[in-house]
Design a binder for this molecule. Structure first.
Ligand SMILES: [Zn+2]
Ligand SMILES: [Zn+2]
Length: 241
C-alpha cells in the first residue's frame, strides 16, 4: 500500500492570499501547502469490483485538479469523505476527468450527514438540469454503516471529532486518516477524543488529511522523535506566533 499526502494546508491554503507572515513569505517549497486530501494506492489484482479497487481518494479538496496534475494521479476507483467542510469537497467537479478516462461512475462513501450535505452542496450533480454543459461528475453514493472492504483491504470508519463536529476518520489496513497530528497549529488541533480513538487504532504509522497543516515554517517542525515542547518554543521565537 502506498499513501500520498496530496495536500496538508489549512482551509485557506499556504501561502494564504495577501498574507505577509513568515510562513506565507517563505521560499521553502515545503511551506507551500494545498488543501487537505490523501491518495491510497493498493496492490491488488482482484476481478470483482471490490477486489479490483486500486486507487482510493480521501476527500476531494479545493485543489484536487492541481494535486492530480502534480502527482500524476491517473485513476480514482473510490472516494472516501471525512466531512463536507469546503476545503475537503470543493474539488468534486474535477472527478469528471476520471469518469471520462475510466468510463464509469465512481463510488463514494460517507456517513449519512456527509451524503446529505453533498447532495445539498452539489445539487447540480445529484439533481441535474437538462442542460449538462461540460458534463457532470458521475458518483454512486454509499452510506457507511460499519467496516467494509475495498481492494482486499479492510476499511474501518471511525467517529472522531473535528472541534465539536463529528466527522469520520478511516483505518485503511494499518493506516489511519486523519492521523495523530503535531501540536503546531492550534486552530487545527484535533480534540482529545479524536486522538484517543486514532491512537487506539494504532495510527502512528498513518498519513492524514489533517497532518501538520501548521502556520509554522516547515523547517521548524519537529523531526520524528523530537521533543514537541522545544520545537513549539523555537517556532514561537522565530515566527512570533
Ligand atoms: Zn501567512
Ligand atoms: Zn474541516
Amino acid at each position: 500500500m502506498r499513501v500520498t499526502v496530496l495536500g496538508s494546508g489549512t482551509s485557506h491554503g499556504v501561502p494564504a492570499i495577501g498574507c505577509d507572515c513568515g510562513v506565507c513569505r517563505s521560499t521553502d517549497p515545503r511551506d507551500r501547502r494545498t488543501r487537505p486530501s490523501i491518495l491510497i494506492q493498493l496492490d491488488t489484482a482482484g476481478t470483482t469490483f471490490g477486489e479490483s479497487v486500486r486507487s482510493i481518494l480521501v476527500d476531494t479538496s479545493t485543489d484536487l485538479r492541481a494535486q492530480a496534475l502534480a502527482f500524476d494521479v491517473r485513476r480514482v476507483d473510490a472516494i472516501l469523505f471525512t466531512h463536507t467542510h469546503a476545503d475537503h469537497v470543493l474539488g468534486l467537479d474535477d472527478v469528471r476527468r476520471y469518469n471520462q478516462m475510466q468510463g464509469t461512475s465512481i463510488p463514494c462513501f460517507g456517513d449519512e450527514e456527509t451524503l446529505l450535505s453533498l447532495r445539498r452542496m452539489f445539487a447540480y450533480v445529484f439533481n441535474p438540469p437538462r442542460q449538462l454543459g461540460g458534463g457532470l461528475p458521475q458518483l454512486s453514493p454509499f452510506r457507511l454503516a460499519g467496516p467494509f472492504t475495498l481492494g482486499g483491504v479492510e476499511i474501518v470508519p471511525v467517529r472522531v471529532y473535528h472541534g465539536r463536529l463529528p466527522v469520520l476518520g478511516f483505518r485503511i489496513g494499518s493506516v489511519a486518516a486523519p492521523r495523530r497530528r503535531s501540536n503546531a497549529h492550534p486552530r487545527r488541533a484535533s480534540s482529545p477524543p479524536a486522538l484517543d480513538a486514532l491512537q487506539r487504532l494504532g495510527s502512528r504509522r498513518g498519513r492524514g488529511a489533517h497532518r501538520q497543516r501548521a502556520s509554522v515554517l516547515h523547517a521548524h517542525l519537529p523531526r520524528p522523535g523530537a521533543r514537541r515542547d522545544v520545537c513549539a518554543a523555537a517556532c514561537r521565537r522565530r515566527t512570533g506566533l
